[in-house]
Design a protein around this ligand. Sequence first.
Ligand code: IMP
Length: 472
Amino acid sequence: MSKFQRGYADIVIGTQYGDEGKARVIDDIANNYDIIARFNGGPNAGHTIEANGIRIALRQVPSAVLHGEKLLYVGSGCVIDLEKLRDEIASIEGHGVYLKDRLRVSSQASVIQPHHKLIDEIIGGEIGTTKNGIGPAYSDRAIRMNGSLIANVRLGDLVDNPDKYFTIIENNFRLAQQRYGFQTIDLRAIIESMRVGLEDIKQYIELDTLFVQKKIREGSRILFEGAQSFMLDVNKGSVPYVTASPTNAAAAFTGGDLPPNFHGKTIGVVKAVMSRVGHGPFVSEFGGKASEEYCMAVKIDGLSVNSKKVESELPIDTLIASNNDFEVGQAFRVLSNEYGTVTGRPRRVGNLDLVQLRHAVAVNGIDEIVITKCDLLRNYSSTTRRQLAIVVGYKLDGKEIDYIPGSTDSYRRVEPIYEYMNGFSEDITTAKTFKELPEALKIFIDRVEKIVGCKVRGVSVGPDRCQYIQKS
Ligand code: IMP
């Protein structure tokens, strides 16, 4: 707790490869805080929140948007797409949820420039990026200048001198065009649209770089909301198949504009059956390499495939009882609806990896975890083994290791050591208390706590607000 004895800042991060259900955890606990703040990433994050009959898709605005009285802050660690932010705000306000005087965006956040998105289209394919220009924007932040031309343009720069900085954005585009040879586009129209976007969002740009600091010293309680997840951290994740920003807990302070003195606690969100989008190591993936290739093949014979539709017609009961892991994975994917919301692209799915989770807990100093989608564990009762499968050890080149290797090639060679536990077949989606949960699930949760060395704060048993169960 802070030596300043005023407000404090807690952190929520995903512990795996994203899509763990962080937004719903934030939604559950937002009432305990005054400010919900993002500290990394940009419009590459995407989730939908639902409450009181309203369904809102979020990209850059923090998740607690439906908690009317909370302040929402987007920190200097983020990258901003002006037009997408303008459209997102309009869409949120279209639902009667007003952001005036609630949303503050740091003037030190960097602007995603038109060339960033085009470069991402060209170079992001192997990683499987979201094509939002995230990597190129962070890369220009690190490059700082190309000779005498400023590479990193921040919101505060645009507010201070729009003519100068929009000209810089145009020049950056031309320079990148020479390097990458993109087709000529109507740059003037794009810049004009960005200018309009800036005018629309200007009222939300916070020029006071001590904004959060002043609030916390007055006693505000901050909740930092991690975007992407720990295994996608630019330095500590499964490099290079990661996002371009630091997603680890400590980054909340640098990117969220506070010194670390104010740290309260860190909550890690864990998905009971894991998933990942994009290429990269995934030790416990159902079907291994075959699954990675299948899920990453956006097109077959040059045609886009809507895997969600194709797989929904498969005989799931047969597949889940198959001896072929790839088919079991297909069944789990359908049963847990693990498809990209926009593209229908299949997410890779796998068993819960407790070595990875223990590593994430250690590196991030996680104090408590929430396990989401526990209702899906029931599906293990239809597999041939009828047991829950968890990864409890790693073997690298015949030797046991208890950490994630710092080399991607090594990580790809890691073999999982499995432990099997009794499963359950009950539908738990209507359970309201921890006591009501099946004994096998309670034993599983105890086992997770023991292996990972961190207490479980609660579990979710379905997507609705009311389907969250506090452990004690
Ligand atoms: P980028 O962040 O668009 O550069 O994409 C880099 C990698 O992170 C890709 O594998 C993406 O699929 C993944 N990624 C980025 N944002 C998210 C997210 O919000 N959830 C899950 N994966 C993500």
